[in-house]
Design a protein. Structure first.
Length: 417
């Protein structure tokens, strides 16, 4: 059946997966649907992990570190994989930054080292592989930038047509350039990300393309390897807290799913506190968390310098709130000034270059420590989702302005001194 995917484990064992509604648990057959036909709930892949319970984490280490090391947890056929060698990103120990913030131990998972410069590549390798499995000849997405860059690259690798809808004037130059460079058909639409997503979902409903936003249930399956890889790099020693920037909320939801699956197979026996960080100008989930709600009200007209998380109606918002509540985590909003300050701290204290949205995780941790919400004795992993060159204009505006008034000097040693 179309909704069943199989992957092969060591020894020829097969795992099966089915697509079900996250809300009402109805099984969904049509691979082009992005929501439950009964309740309009989000769709999610359900894996049969019984065969994996016979394995140990060390059984996976015969493959290189990266997304496809975790084939037993992926619902697509590895023989059809469309890969650019994504994953295998550094987990940096950041002692100087930990000292500055006043926390016991801090590591940064740097997703900017992925092929197109963001964590989106993890989901896209699985999403495009699924598109190949079902025979799609056109894929598409709405995007604030990173998704479009990633989808365009993987569609090019697969030889599949690609359409990208971008909100007019709301996408950083580095990301727009990537989507165009990889050959996607890029259309700028009036309105914000939510308007673009609504339109492209209508196109997918008419079978004009296979939608690969994070509302697609196979995309988060690739994104959950972020957590699997962190645990692998820590030799399955659990940090106290994992902090993530939150835009459309697919990443924090995928990390939570990976934690539940690791717990199910017996590889971990506790979960870190999942902590979501939003920008002050785009914080619908933070407001809901503060009110103790498990649903949220969309926020019209979100605004923040962190364009990757400038989303007022996050598709996976309810799943993100569930992830936070279920793990005893929290949600916090930070100002653009805090985000940009954290971006500079990462660069100048650790040599890690991230786009503004990525720095939101460090800015959020700093605020939680200052407010006493996070304990200074914690071991923390901050997720930094994208490369600094995704948004060069913002980076340059921060760094060049203080020096722009200095006069040019002669190219001689005495003058430069």
């Amino acid at each position: 059946m179309d909704n069943i995917a199989r992957g092969r484990l060591s020894g020829g064992v097969r795992v099966e997966s089915r697509v079900r509604c996250w809300e009402c648990h109805r099984e969904v057959e049509d691979p082009y649907l992005d929501a439950c036909p009964s309740c309009d709930g989000l769709l999610e892949v359900s894996l049969d992990l019984e065969p994996v319970k016979e394995m140990a984490p060390s059984d996976l280490r015969t493959s290189p570190l990266g997304v496809w090391r975790y084939t037993p947890f992926l619902p697509v056929r590895p023989s059809m994989a469309v890969s650019l060698q994504e994953g295998g990103t550094p987990l940096y120990g950041c002692a100087p930054l930990a000292s500055d913030l006043g926390v016991k131990a801090l590591s940064v998972k740097y997703e900017g080292a992925n092929p197109t410069g963001s964590f989106k590549d993890r989901g896209m390798t699985v999403g495009i592989t699924r598109a190949k499995e079902i025979g799609a000849d056109m894929v598409g997405c709405a995007s604030t930038g990173n998704t479009s860059a990633s989808l365009a690259a993987y569609a090019a690798k697969a030889g599949i047509g690609c359409l990208v809808l971008l909100p007019e004037g709301k996408v950083a130059l580095g990301k727009l350039a990537q989507a165009i460079f990889y050959g996607a058909k890029v259309v700028s639409v009036e309105g914000n990300f939510d308007d673009a997503l609504r339109t492209i979902r209508e196109m997918a409903a008419q079978r004009l393309l296979y939608l690969l936003n994070s509302i697609n249930p196979f995309r988060p399956e690739g994104q959950k390897t972020l957590l699997l890889e962190i645990m692998d790099q820590l030799d399955y020693r659990m940090p106290d807290r994992i902090v993530l920037p939150v835009g459309n909320a697919g990443n924090i939801s995928a990390v939570h799913k990976a934690l539940k699956e690791l717990e199910e197979v017996g590889w971990i026996d506790s979960m870190p506190m999942l902590t979501g960080v939003q920008a002050s100008g785009s914080r619908p989930l933070v407001e809901s968390f503060r009110a103790g709600r498990r649903d949220f009200d969309p926020e019209p007209g979100p605004e923040t310098v962190a364009t990757a998380i400038r989303i007022g109606n996050p598709v996976s918002g309810r799943k993100a709130l569930d992830a936070i509540y279920s793990t005893g985590g929290t949600a916090v909003a930070v100002s653009d000034e805090e985000i940009l300050d954290a971006q500079l701290m990462l660069g100048r204290r650790e040599g890690i270059g991230v786009e503004p949205a990525s720095a939101a995780s460090v800015a959020g941790l700093r605020r939680l420590l200052d407010e006493g919400v996070a304990d200074r004795d914690e071991e923390v992993v901050c997720i930094c989702t994208g490369n600094a060159l995704k948004d060069p204009d913002t980076m340059m505006s921060q760094c060049v302005r203080p020096y722009s008034s200095r006069p040019e000097v002669a190219a001689v040693l005495e003058a430069i001194r």
